[in-house]
Design a binder for this molecule. Structure first.
Ligand code: ZN
Length: 136
């Protein structure tokens, strides 16, 4: 069994936005040469999240709107006494920042509408992404 990994960096441009990183993830899996195993995608950040869902502009706006309903900015949070981004921490904590998927016969197994979407909630900033593939 082999273990292969790669780290990417990218910049977000807005305070709150959704970025589709599907091409980067699939390219990395191809580059790994591993045909059967497990893919782990990890966003090593506490104020952004990673989901698998459809990259459709209406849905992206729905997602951002619902997250605001869940944890609005300046919601009177304790963490905002020392920082100004409690809302972003809460969204990241509840959604999560990593995903694990099977790789079978050279393909990442995912649904037609499951793109890898980074949900930025504390931008703009530079973000890192770690992609690890284990298998043969
Ligand atoms: Zn903070």
């Amino acid at each position: 069994m082999r273990v292969w990994s790669k780290e990417l960096t990218f910049s977000t441009r807005r305070h709150r936005e959704v970025l589709d990183i599907t091409d980067e993830v699939l390219d990395a899996v191809r580059e790994s040469g591993i045909k059967n195993g497990i893919l782990l995608v990890q966003l090593p950040h506490a104020t952004a999240a990673l989901v698998l869902n459809e990259n459709e502009s209406g849905l992206i706006q729905d997602l951002l709107d619902k997250l605001e309903d869940f944890a609005p900015m300046r919601g009177g949070y304790y963490h905002d006494r020392i920082d100004d981004n409690a809302h972003a921490h809460l969204k990241s904590a509840f959604i999560g920042s990593s995903r694990v998927l099977p790789v079978i016969n050279g393909r990442v197994v995912r649904g037609t509408w499951q793109n890898f979407l980074v949900i930025e909630q504390d931008g703009p900033r530079t973000r890192r992404l770690v992609i690890l593939v284990m298998g043969e």
